[in-house]
Design a protein around this ligand. Structure first.
Ligand code: NAP
Length: 253
């Protein structure tokens, strides 16, 4: 415990699922945690929970698709906690699940605005803040969909492939300045997103038995690993948690 003492982390998509698990893990390890998501009530509930457990947390209601909202979150991290050390670009959506010819162009574009441009907004805002702090770690939550095609998920696969490319580009540009940029591909995780996927009945992922999904807490632990010395080997690539090697590296069964 306490491995993240005095570090400041910004977590997007913090209101539930993987993001909320990352908030709880880093707060328990002593980090100052800034949370960004659209659901203010859920953020307020999580703030109370973390504060009651002795954690230091700040909620910022906002949309990662809006660059100004990201700038607001980073500015609050700097003014409240004195800098930014870690960003987890976790916010993401699976909707609209639809084959290409049936997809709604506006909804398809909104998924790109959140899943891909949201990560760009995070990089664009956090990198200058980390340059001011003298370095940092940016974790982009990826997916097996970044490198494989799944029916009904063209928006999701294309956005996650784009995120993998952003991870590689950002690592090349800023690794030499002490900013580690790394992807985290978690495998399937027991969250609301998998409930929506199962309800869709589209493609093999929707047929998975819920018992095979990983716990969100495992992803949080993997994020902690990627911030430590072992994470350096994965800069510019996706660390794959569901592999035997990935789980072993993190110390999971
Ligand atoms: P989830 O339970 O649906 O939670 C998604 C989170 O993203 C929520 O906190 C949501 O908060 C936030 N979010 C969505 N749009 C946002 C926006 N425009 N601005 C700010 N926050 C936004 O999903 P999850 O399973 O935890 O997924 C988290 C990440 O893991 C995603 O990037 C997803 O692609 C990735 N992932 C998940 C799995 C899986 O099996 N679950 C597998 C691989 C990768 P608000 O609605 O309050 O804004």
């Amino acid at each position: 415990m306490g491995s993240m003492k005095d570090k400041t982390i910004l977590v997007t998509g913090a209101s539930r699922g993987i993001g909320a698990a990352i908030v709880r893990w880093f707060a328990a390890e002593g980090a100052n945690v800034v949370m960004l998501a659209r659901s203010g009530d859920a953020l307020a509930d999580l703030s109370r929970e973390v504060a009651q457990a002795g954690g230091k947390v700040l909620a910022v209601e906002g949309d990662v698709a809006v660059h100004a909202d990201f700038e607001q979150a980073v500015a609050q991290a700097e003014s409240t906690f004195g800098g930014l050390d870690i960003l987890v670009n976790n916010a993401g959506v699976i909707d609209p699940i639809a084959r290409l010819a049936d997809s709604d162009p506006a909804d398809w574009g909104q998924a790109i605005d959140i899943n891909l441009k949201g990560v760009y907004h995070g990089l664009r805002t956090a990198i200058p803040a980390m340059q001011r702090s003298g370095g940092g770690t940016i974790i982009n939550i990826s997916s097996g969909a970044a490198t494989s095609a799944l029916e009904g998920w063209s928006h999701y696969c294309a956005s996650k492939a784009g995120v993998l490319s952003l991870t590689a580009c950002a690592a090349k540009e800023y690794g030499p300045q002490g900013i580690r940029v790394v992807g985290l591909s978690p495998g399937t995780v027991a969250t609301d997103m998998q409930v929506a996927i199962r309800a869709s009945g589209v493609n093999p992922v929707s047929q998975l038995d819920p018992s095979v999904h990983l716990a969100p807490e495992w992803v949080a632990k993997a994020a902690g690993f990627l911030c430590g010395p072992g994470g350096a080997d994965y800069a510019g690539t996706d660390f794959v948690l569901k592999s035997d090697a990935g789980r072993k590296a993190v110390g999971l069964p």
